[in-house]
Each structure stands twice: as structure tokens, then as C-alpha cells.
Design a protein around this ligand. Structure first.
Ligand code: 2HG
Ligand code: ZN
Length: 468
């Protein structure tokens, strides 16, 4: 177990010499703001918040922290959902918020070079102006940073057709935990040169280094979309219908599942959207098609409608206007916040093979009955990624803290049995690290820890995360 030293006044002085006083913060308000992310109700105060502007400044900070044995937690926008950016041992929060420039959009090569503190949606809109498309679209796209999307290998609704963040990363400039600055790859679509350090960094949750430049590949922007909201009288049948769409040769650009409570809570949480829902409806699928051939897309939409009726769906709502489409997505994207505002909860980011979704949902409900907890489930049905929000409700604190982990362990064991694993897009961070033995053998876990130790020999880089 690594031991850490407290930050001394002389170390603080060294940080100020590198950054300037205004970018070295330890006032109570800053400490409070940087002590949590969007994960449940966890708070860990840092000793100091540093806001560097260049890789060289970060390099100097890392040299000091290695010499002084001070933990460093890199942080993007703090929208994470697994506690990966929480300074659990105090020390330094190293914020990437000043790395907020889109350095180049290369229209000839369909690439872009950006800094990690650029907001996902700001980047999406910037490339969109040039007719280009960056598909990864986490629910928090309006506030999350691209650097955080890389750290957690983030996904989002469009992953079902376009893949997740990792599919778009070509090359990374990284400041290593020991201070050296490297590039991990090359700005090319094909690369079979050495181990893939670029993909090793994606999803490493700030434990293998600090990303300071990102080279993304881009796609041409699809011009048209169709959005449909499909109600079901059985949540299980909604899940069963999903695989049939893909089996029919159709790849939607999004296929989202929402249990009845999820949509009810979202409609109460977000203003300006009203949808008539029959009281017998138990779940919905929100399905999007995108492309440039509206006639072909309409044929696919009709085929999907046909398939859905086989699973006892209700009347399908086709969004007629851009505003209606936006409203349906606004409703879907606010579910996480709606659940947070409704109850103390724990979120599990389960993922299985798509056709196993019905068994996962049924299993979650059975385990909930066994352990006495209610769950609200929603998520990316098209890629088998179900967000299970466990609601504390009337559970006692003792059951919540000591009995519930046994139920969560059963849910994750079921995921692995169904060909899946314990996180599809939210990562492991602080909250899921005790369950990693379900997803990996001890040898596979040992290998990952050894890789971490090679990159971070003094154990100061985001310590306490991902592994017990
Ligand atoms: C989503 O798909 C997010 O909505 C979860 O991955 C959002 O839990 C949240 O806040
Ligand atoms: Zn999600």
C-alpha cells in the first residue's frame, strides 16, 4: 500500500512558481467544488487544485509529486459516474479545464486535433459546421470534456451504429506519471506499429498518464434522421424486440430502452415535453435512423414497425419535426438526472450480448426481489448496455451498505454469465473496483496492475481506483 505525504508550504510555493498563484487554489469553495463528480453522493476533498495550461507545466508538477510522494488526480469536467476523478487520498486535483482549444480540423484527412478540456458538444458542433461528424455522444455531452471521454472510454446512444470514443482516437500526446511527454501513435487510420499505446490509454481512467492532445478521426455528417418512440405493454418484450431489428439487417443510429418509471420521472423532471402514455405501457424504445437516403430510411422504419408489432407494441410515435426529435432526446438524456433528483441510488452500468437483454432485465428484477431493492432500468438496448439504477427507497442504511453489495455482485455475475461484463461505458473508478474479480481472473487483474506499476512506479497517479 503506497503511503503519501501532505503538501507542504514549500511544495505549494513550487506549484505557484510553475503556474502562477491564480492557478493554485486551496480555498474552501474550490476544495468543495472539486471534491465530487456526478457519482452518487461521494465527496473527497483535495488539498490543492492545480490548473496548468501546457504539457510542460504538467510535466514539472509530476516531477515534484513523484519526488514528494503526493497523489495526483487528473480531472476533466467532473461529470464522471464511477468516482474516477475523486481525490480519495487528498493531494492534488490536476484540472485540464484550461486545455480547451480545438487546435485543428483537417477537412482533407477527416481528422481533428483537440485539447482534452474541450466540451464534447462544442467539438461536435464545430466539426458539424464543416459537414463532418464526431459520433460519440454521452448523455453529458453538453458538459463533459473529451479528455474525460477518453479516460473512461465513454459511449452514448450512437455507439450502437458508430462505436464509442475508442474507435475515433488515432493518436494522443500524454504526460506520463513520471513526467516524460510522449505521443502514443500516429495520425493514420491504419497502424500496426508496436504495442497499441493509444488504445491502452483509452479507458485508463487517468492512471497511466495525462492526455494533453488528442487526434480524432471524423466521418461525413449524415444529413437526415428518423426518430420513433415505441411503447410496449411488457418491458421484457421491449427487450426481446431489440435483437430482431438487427437480425433484419437494420442498424439504427440509436436504440434506447426506458422502463416506465424512467420515462415518468424524466417527464416530471424536464419542462416543456408532454407525451400521452397509456397506463398499461411498461416500457419504451426510442429508435433513431440516420443517413442521406430518406426513402431507404422510411423503408427501414416501416420494417422496424412491423417487427415491433410482433412484440405487442402500442401505437408508435414518429417525431414529425426537428423540435419533436429534440424533445424526445432531451427527455431520454435527462433520465440520469431525474433519477438522481428522485432518490438516493446506486447506478450499475451493466452490459451483455444484445440478445441477452431480456434475461438480464428479468435477472435484475429477481435479484431486486431477493435483496429487497427496487430498480429503474434504462439505457442503450442496441448494444446490450443497461443502466440499472438501484433505488434506496425504504432500505435501511445497514442493508444499503452491507446487503446491497451482495445483490450487486449477483447482478454482475449474471452479466458475465450472459457474455457481458461489469461496465459498458461509465468505467470502474472508485465505486466498482471491488467487483473486478467477477470480470477478470486473478492473472488478468495482476497483469493490469503490473502495467499500471510500469507507468506509475511510485503509485501516485490517481491511486485507489479500478483495483482493490
Ligand atoms: C445515460 O445513458 C448515461 O443516460 C447515464 O450513461 C447518465 O447516470 C447518468 O447520469
Ligand atoms: Zn449511458
Amino acid at each position: 500500500m503506497t503511503t503519501f505525504n501532505k503538501i507542504t508550504p514549500s511544495v505549494l510555493e513550487s506549484f505557484s512558481k510553475i503556474l502562477g498563484n491564480e492557478y493554485v487554489l486551496s480555498d474552501a469553495e474550490s476544495v468543495l467544488n472539486y471534491s465530487h463528480d456526478e457519482t452518487e453522493d461521494l465527496h473527497f476533498p483535495p488539498e490543492v487544485i492545480l490548473k496548468p495550461r501546457t504539457p510542460e507545466e504538467i510535466s514539472q508538477i509530476m516531477l515534484i509529486c513523484n519526488r514528494e510522494q503526493i497523489p495526483v488526480t487528473p480531472r476533466g469536467a467532473g461529470t464522471g459516474l464511477s468516482g474516477a476523478a475523486l481525490p480519495v487520498y487528498g493531494g492534488v486535483i490536476l484540472s485540464l479545464e484550461r486545455f480547451n482549444k480545438i487546435l485543428e480540423i483537417d477537412e482533407r484527412n477527416l481528422q481533428a486535433t483537440v485539447e482534452p478540456g474541450v466540451i464534447n458538444e462544442v467539438f461536435q458542433l464545430a466539426v458539424r459546421e464543416k459537414g463532418l461528424f464526431y459520433p460519440p455522444d454521452p448523455a453529458s455531452k453538453g458538459s463533459c470534456f473529451l479528455g474525460g471521454n477518453i479516460a473512461l472510454s465513454s459511449g452514448g446512444p450512437k455507439a450502437v451504429k458508430y462505436g464509442t470514443t475508442k474507435e475515433y482516437v488515432l493518436n494522443l500526446e500524454v504526460v506520463l506519471p513520471t513526467g516524460e511527454i510522449i505521443w502514443t501513435g500516429a495520425n493514420v487510420l491504419k497502424n500496426s506499429t508496436g504495442f497499441n499505446l493509444t488504445q491502452l490509454m483509452v479507458g485508463s481512467e487517468g492512471m497511466l498518464g495525462i492526455v494533453t492532445k488528442i487526434v480524432f478521426r471524423l466521418l461525413p455528417l449524415p444529413q437526415k434522421t428518423i426518430v420513433m418512440l415505441v411503447p410496449f405493454y411488457s418491458a421484457g418484450k421491449a427487450c426481446e424486440s431489440v435483437a430482431s431489428v438487427f437480425k433484419a439487417g437494420i442498424i439504427p443510429s440509436a436504440m434506447e430502452f426506458m422502463e416506465r418509471d424512467a420515462i415518468d420521472w424524466a417527464l416530471r423532471f424536464v419542462s416543456g415535453i408532454s407525451i400521452q402514455i397509456d397506463e398499461k405501457v411498461q416500457a419504451h424504445l426510442l429508435i433513431e435512423l440516420d443517413g442521406n437516403d430518406m426513402e431507404g430510411m422510411m423503408k427501414d422504419a416501416e420494417a422496424i414497425g412491423e417487427i415491433m408489432t410482433r412484440f405487442d407494441c402500442g401505437e408508435i410515435l414518429f417525431a414529425d419535426t426537428e423540435e419533436q426529435k429534440q424533445n424526445l432526446w432531451r427527455m431520454r438524456r435527462c433520465i440520469g438526472e431525474a433519477v438522481k433528483s428522485h432518490s438516493v441510488y446506486k447506478e450499475e452500468d451493466t452490459v451483455v450480448m444484445r440478445a441477452e437483454l431480456p434475461r438480464l432485465l428479468a435477472g435484475v428484477k429477481e435479484i431486486g426481489s431477493k435483496y429487497g431493492f427496487k430498480s429503474v432500468c434504462y439505457g442503450h438496448a442496441g448494444d446490450g448496455n443497461l443502466h440499472v439504477n438501484i433505488i434506496k427507497g425504504e432500505m435501511s442504511d445497514d442493508d444499503w451498505n452491507n446487503k446491497l453489495p451482495l445483490g450487486i455482485r449477483e447482478i454482475f455475475t449474471l452479466c458475465v454469465k450472459l457474455g457481458g461484463t461489469i461496465s459498458g461505458e461509465h468505467g470502474i473508478g472508485w465505486v466498482q473496483k471491488d467487483y473486478m474479480d467477477i470480470a477478470f481472473t486473478s492473472k488478468a487483474l495482476e497483469l493490469q496492475k503490473q502495467i499500471r506499476d510500469v507507468f506509475d512506479p511510485n503509485g501516485i497517479m490517481n491511486p485507489g481506483k479500478m483495483f482493490k
